[in-house]
Write a protein that binds this ligand. Structure first.
Ligand SMILES: C[S@@+](CC[C@H](N)C(=O)[O-])C[C@H]1O[C@@H](n2cnc3c(N)ncnc32)[C@H](O)[C@@H]1O
Length: 384
């Protein structure tokens, strides 16, 4: 199923990548030894640390701002589309009496935490294991009607729990298998990051790094990957980081700076691009926004938190009512369309009223306490 989502995305970006993805998935299907278990049940399973452990598994960003813009009233129904470590949901439960939270995540380990929280708050938390793209069908099965939800939160990207577990293969700084799949337990046949770097041709790899990482040196990095895998397959995160670093002079490996002006490894954008590609994150985000539009009541509120410019551009344009049926412009910083054309493609009767025109960013103190939230951007809107 993911293969088709990814194929759709690729067709809209580069035909060469699409062809390569098909080759990749066909090869994987032929060589697969594990049989697909198919998606697990809706309420999920899996192991995760305790939801009430002292150190939060994931520090939620802009909690105060989210609560302010969602303005949840007692006994309302809220959809948390990205439960993660449950930080936002817990704040909602603790702040608003008698609220019910539908707690969704594609990652079974996040849903186990939601199940623990559901035990602590009987009847108030309903865990839901699914992807954004599966949400409408899942809610239908639960007999939740379109237009019946009061508030929706979507906190995009991956959680610290995912980043911090070396064996999940998301982290550049911790050695682990080069995996990066958020829901491999549900879809074990879905290609992982190692499949991508070891199978796709150089042009396809460069297209992915450009489209999803906005990596200026995409061709150089793709060429280094192809060279390295001739010697041995790239199967570990630190192996990939070294291969990418090897394409640059030692002096520039940490020459890039993040938003806090801290040194960032030269492979950071490569890791982002692979993660976005493997999890089909942009198509999923768009599916999530469309699902939020369908489930919210008129007057219901939406908060979306994003962590990189590709995501934020998508959210901004969606909320402006732009027709996003073709996603191929999202990777371009300066897209060539004229302002007139852009305005034409916007829906004059947008389904959203912005609650604040400008994007909301975390306060300085919050970034100091939680540097991972430094690139977070929040957009809030009211369902028309
Ligand atoms: C940034 S974390 C959310 C953290 C959460 N707000 C908290 O306070 O702990 C993002 C979560 O969204 C989930 N996620 C990402 N893409 C998803 C998708 N397409 N469908 C469902 N869940 C998704 C990830 O598995 C991850 O747990």
């Amino acid at each position: 199923m993911t293969i088709f989502h990814n194929s759709a995305m690729i067709r809209k970006t580069k035909v060469s990548v699409w062809r390569a993805w098909r080759t990749l998935t066909v090869r994987l299907q032929c060589s697969s030894v594990s049989s697909s278990a198919g998606p697990a049940s809706l309420d999920g399973s899996g192991n995760a640390s305790s939801v009430s452990s002292e150190k939060p598994l994931h520090t939620p960003v802009m909690v105060k701002e989210v609560l302010h813009y969602l303005n949840i009233q007692p006994a309302q129904v809220v959809l948390d589309m990205t439960f993660g470590g449950g930080g936002h949901t817990k704040e909602i439960l603790n702040t608003v009496p008698e609220v019910t939270v539908l707690a969704l995540d594609r990652d079974p380990s996040a849903i186990s935490l939601a199940q623990q929280l559901a035990k602590q708050h009987p009847g108030r938390v309903k865990p839901l294991l699914c992807r954004f793209s599966e949400l409408e069908a899942s809610l239908c099965r639960l007999e939740v009607k379109p237009g019946s939800i009061d508030a929706v939160l979507l906190d995009a990207g991956c959680s610290s729990m995912q980043m911090d577990q070396a064996e999940r293969g998301f982290s550049l700084s911790k050695d682990g298998p080069l995996d990066m799949r958020m829901d491999a337990e549900r879809y074990p046949d879905m290609p992982c990051a190692a499949d991508v770097v070891n199978t796709l041709d150089q042009q396809a790899l460069a297209s992915i790094l450009t489209a999803y990482g906005e990596e200026r040196h995409a061709r150089k990095i793709a060429s280094a990957i192809v060279e390295a895998r001739r010697v041995s397959p790239i199967t570990r995160t630190q192996q990939l980081a070294s291969v990418v670093a090897g394409a640059f002079p030692p002096a520039v490996i940490y020459a890039r700076k993040d938003r806090l002006h801290r040194a960032a490894h030269v492979a950071t954008k490569t890791f982002q691009a692979l993660r976005v590609f493997v999890n089909d994150e942009l198509n999923e985000l768009l599916a999530g926004l469309r699902a939020a539009q369908a489930v919210l009541k008129p007057g219901g509120r939406l908060c979306v938190i994003t962590f990189h410019s590709l995501e934020d551009r998508l959210v901004k344009r969606f909320l402006q009512g732009e027709d996003l049926s073709n996603l191929d412009h999202f990777s371009q910083r300066k897209h060539s369309r004229s302002k007139e054309k852009l305005l034409d493609s916007r829906n004059s009767s947008s389904s959203w009223i912005p609650l604040r025109k400008k994007v909301i960013i975390p306060e300085k103190d919050a970034v100091r306490d939680n540097p991972r939230g430094r690139s977070a951007k929040l957009r809030a809107a009211l369902r028309n």
